[in-house]
Design a protein around this ligand. Structure first.
Ligand SMILES: [Zn+2]
Length: 133
């Protein structure tokens, strides 16, 4: 598939990363899968056959599952483990996932050369710093 990625910043560690822009199959992907299904139908049945629709349908379902899985796995930050999808549903669970990821990260040699995670600081209670000039 033709990948279409866009740059964004992690909301937790503020590192630039790339994510897939489309959660679902694009029109060009659907057309490519239909074309591949037609070629596969010709290969299997030696002509256009109604059973080829089952092949095309199966290819479209597999392609959609693959596109959604690819989008979902790309949403998780590889530097800090922040998952914005989980954060929208349950912020505490997202925090626990980040904590577990950071503990695993400190023991893993894969992350030795990656930039350090700068944890966000808690706001000072009782003081509204945004009003200071
Ligand atoms: Zn991050």
């Amino acid at each position: 598939m033709l990948s279409h990625r866009k740059s964004c910043y992690c909301a937790f560690c503020k590192i630039e990363r790339k994510v897939y822009a489309n959660k679902h199959l694009r029109l060009i992907d659907v057309m490519a899968l239909i074309g591949f299904g037609v070629v596969l139908t010709f290969t299997v049945f030696k002509s256009l056959d109604p059973r080829g629709l089952a092949i095309v349908g199966t290819l479209l379902v597999i392609g959609e599952l693959f596109a959604q899985t690819k989008w979902r796995t790309a949403m998780i930050c590889r530097n800090c483990g922040f998952d914005p999808v989980v954060y929208v549903r349950n912020p505490e669970a997202a925090g626990l996932k980040i904590k577990a990821f950071l503990e695993k990260r400190s023991e893993s040699p894969e992350h030795l050369l990656m930039p350090p995670v700068v944890l966000p600081k808690k706001p000072v209670k009782g003081k509204n710093l945004s009003l200071k000039v």
